[in-house]
Design a protein around this ligand. Structure first.
Ligand code: ATP
Ligand code: MG
Length: 576
């Protein structure tokens, strides 16, 4: 079955936002010669989460809309926390989300040699010096938001001494933290980022890409702007916490670019204008009932509070994929939250709405009974079996039909039967009638209970004139789902719910977010029975269990002898 074909068209075109407007203006003015080049720069220190999805959709989206390119660049300047496992997982998640990067994967570490040589230039030009203050001293000299900083006593070293020390740093002659290379900017700047920021620090540690080649590593601020320039990035989109770093980004590019150390004008239509990459900040995506942030997610994994990065309750791309969220739903969600400079918390109901909308259009229907109760239809014999033909989708005929075996013994959900009617209950009661979805109207004549009084079996009679027809002379309102008792297939179902039971687990009032986990975020139900069409028709991806929700087989844990389905999402928002 071709599922793409049945996707409802996503009618609305891209909404305007301030970044799209800036890019359009730059195209118009020819600032970058009409080129648009972005990059997605994850640090390989964890798995991607829903916030990254926003950044991916934005960066790859802006590039694609403008016939531009988007690079994937691993921002790997903190080797202690990074690993190849994360590199591989990040690449896979980006592809899964439906994007592909331009050319080869880039790594900031590809530029370590260039960055080193550019740092030598900065030293020679008097823009950088080696400083021996230890981290406590450096903090003291830096000043605060309300007090100016103080010049380091090492600030006046001459070029030759600085170069010599910087080379010795590289050769591994000093222990971690003994000294650092700093930009010489302004210790009295109101912006703390401009108070002689560190460009290089000593770290005797193996790097996942460069091995033991380096024992000094460039800082994020130094690396990022240079990497952007080397890759001819035009628009460098990042989140708001870097707003105060923008002057440094520009200072460094100016310092290096003025001497034509960096490619500056190769794409410009006007040589005189400043056309280095432009850093533009936007607000991070935050969701209620959720933590985003790799550090916190890593804690959940490391402390065993979830089963791993791909636990279906995690807001990671691998977790949401296992839960059954689709790339198209996530892309629609990212588009619908928009891009702005306002730090707001998005209601998770918006994400769930995007998932439901997508799955409603793309999921075949099946019947599955989560809590089976046996029903015997007494006016049918053992040989009265039939194969009913039911639509796979109620609205989209391209899905076709499915075969559903019917017989005189079927299973219904325990919750769909009550001995005595209560107001509002429209399903089956003793002495009452109900429609079996796609089959007959049945009346419950008798119940059988075990010694404890628990109902074991319903004895019902079918109105044989009601297959595909309304019953004569009366109305039967309720419709319930069912599965053939001998042809149904047992499965295990995992009902997931929100991981946190407080709305803002990241708020300052919450002392420890790991203490607000929802104890009912996972319920495992064994012995559910599903109609066989799901396996005979080799259906993959999410399906709707009629009246229960959308479910997706857990391919990482399911086996042919133990089939496991994750509830991707309920049919309606039932959280409240
Ligand atoms: P985290 O706090 O989860 O570690 P990060 O910003 O440190 O996030 P990076 O790997 O550095 O993670 O992020 C790669 C890109 O994704 C960056 O451009 C970053 O700004 C962006 N990004 C990260 N989190 C979000 C978010 N919640 N919303 C939007 N963009 C995000
Ligand atoms: Mg980070």
């Amino acid at each position: 079955m071709n599922r793409e074909m049945t996707k409802l068209p996503n009618g609305s075109g891209p909404k305007s936002n301030f970044i799209r407007a800036i890019v359009a203006e730059d195209n118009h003015s020819g600032r970058y010669g009409g080129r648009v080049q972005t990059r997605f720069p994850p640090e390989p220190n964890g798995y991607l989460h829903i916030g990254h999805a926003k950044s991916i959709c934005l960066n790859f989206g802006i590039a694609a809309e403008n016939d531009g390119l988007c690079n994937l660049r691993f921002d790997d300047t903190n080797p202690e926390k990074e690993s190849q496992e994360y590199v591989d997982a990040i690449k896979e998640s980006i592809r899964w989300l439906g994007f592909d990067w331009a050319g080869d994967v880039h790594y900031s570490s590809n530029y370590f040699q260039v960055l080193f040589e550019l740092a030598e230039f900065l030293i020679e030009a008097g823009f950088a010096y080696v400083c021996d203050l230890n981290s406590d001293e450096a903090r003291e000299y830096r000043g605060s938001l309300t007090t100016k900083g103080t010049d380091s006593p090492y600030r006046t070293r001459d070029v030759a001494e600085n170069l010599g020390l910087f080379h010795r740093m590289k050769l591994g002659e000093f222990p971690n933290g003994a000294c650092s290379l700093r930009a010489k900017i302004d210790m009295s700047s109101p912006n703390i980022n401009m108070r002689d920021p560190v460009l290089y620090r000593i770290r005797h540690v193996l790097h996942h890409q460069t091995g033991n080649k380096w024992c000094i590593y460039p800082t994020y601020d130094y690396t990022h702007c240079v990497s952007d320039a080397l890759e001819s990035v035009t628009h460098s989109l990042c989140t708001l916490e870097f707003e105060d770093h923008r002057p440094l980004y520009e200072w460094l590019l100016d310092a290096l670019g003025n001497e034509n150390f960096l490619p500056r004008t190769q794409h410009s239509s006007t040589d005189s204008i400043y056309n280095f990459p432009k850093q533009i900040e936007f607000a991070k995506l935050k969701l209620n009932y959720t933590v985003v942030g790799k550090r916190k997610l890593k804690r959940l994994v490391d402390e065993g509070l979830v089963s791993g990065w791909d636990d279906p309750r995690m807001p990671t791309l691998v977790g949401m994929r296992r839960l059954g969220y689709t790339p198209s739903a996530l892309r629609n969600f990212c588009e619908s939250v928009g891009v702005s400079k306002n730090e707001g918390v998005v209601d998770i109901a918006m994400l769930e709405h995007a998932i439901r909308e997508d799955l409603d259009a793309s999921s075949p229907r099946v019947m599955c009974v989560l809590d089976p109760l046996r029903m015997v239809i007494t006016n049918l014999g053992n040989d009265d079996t039939a194969t009913l033909s039911l639509a796979r989708h109620p609205k989209i005929t391209e899905f076709g039909m499915r075969n559903v075996p019917f017989s005189n013994e079927i299973l219904i959900d325990r919750a769909d039967f009550l001995e005595e009617a209560i107001p509002g209950f429209k399903r089956l009661v003793l002495g009452g009638e109900v429609r079996l979805r796609g089959s007959y109207v049945v009346r419950c004549d008798e119940i059988e209970t075990d010694l404890e009084g628990r109902i074991q079996k319903l004895k019902c009679s079918a109105d044989l004139a009601t297959l595909g027809k309304k019953p004569e002379g009366r109305k039967v309102k309720g419709v319930i789902h069912w599965v053939s008792a001998d042809k149904g297939v047992p499965i295990e179902v995992r009902l997931y719910d929100r991981l946190f039971n407080v709305e803002y687990p990241e708020s300052k009032d919450v002392e420890d977010f790991t203490k607000c986990l929802n104890p009912n975020s996972l319920r495992v139900i064994k012995g559910c029975i599903i109609e066989p069409s799901i396996f005979t028709d080799s259906i993959i991806g999410a399906v709707q269990f009629e009246r229960e929700g959308y479910f997706t087989e857990d391919v990482s844990e399911s086996s042919s002898s133990r089939r496991i389905f994750n509830r991707t999402i309920t049919l309606r928002n039932s959280w409240e």
